[in-house]
Design a protein around this ligand. Structure first.
Ligand SMILES: [Zn+2]
Length: 167
């Protein structure tokens, strides 16, 4: 569920993110809560913050005027947060859902992060042929989505070249 609105430092709306991701951005001091659900708090170990409805990034980020982020292997790993689409463990490779041998292309919707083991096991088969269902559907990230994912992951160094850097 993507239920928290993210504003740029300039207050311009950028995108929406899940509550989890919004909380991570706030806890990492990358964003501040602009508007919270009245009376609701997120409480864990050392954490106690209002449940954000709207957060605002602390630093202005430049988002290129593009509808869609160009595909790259690195971008797929960041989109999927380095989680294998088949088993959920840490992923370091990119798998073609419809294998290239069967005409699958290098596109956002046809590629997922995968652990080396599952990538090898699936080989040149579709998830159906291999009996390996996808845990989640691949999606096409907007440049703002991709940037927010990278920010939340605390992997600024891992930003793909095509992503804007924070000013
Ligand atoms: Zn796996």
């Amino acid at each position: 569920m993507r239920d928290t609105l993210v504003l740029n430092a300039s207050f311009e709306p950028l995108s929406t993110v899940t509550l989890n991701r919004a909380v991570v951005l706030v806890l990492q001091d990358k964003a501040v809560v602009e508007q919270a659900h009245p009376g609701l708090r997120v409480r864990a170990a050392a954490v106690d913050i209002p449940v954000p409805r709207v957060i605002r990034l602390c630093r202005y980020v430049r988002v290129p005027f593009r509808r869609q982020a160009p595909w790259s292997r690195r971008g797929v790993l960041i989109r999927d947060q380095h989680r294998c689409a088949y088993c959920g463990r840490r992923a370091s490779t990119v798998d073609h859902v419809v294998p290239r041998a069967q005409g699958g292309q290098d596109t956002w919707l046809n590629t997922v992060a995968s652990c080396a083991e599952d990538n090898h096991r699936k080989a040149a088969r579709t998830p159906e042929q291999a009996g390996m269902p996808l845990l989640r559907k691949p999606f096409i990230p907007t440049p703002a989505d991709a940037m927010l994912l990278a920010l939340g992951a605390g992997e600024r160094h891992a930003l793909p070249d095509w992503l804007p850097q924070t000013a």
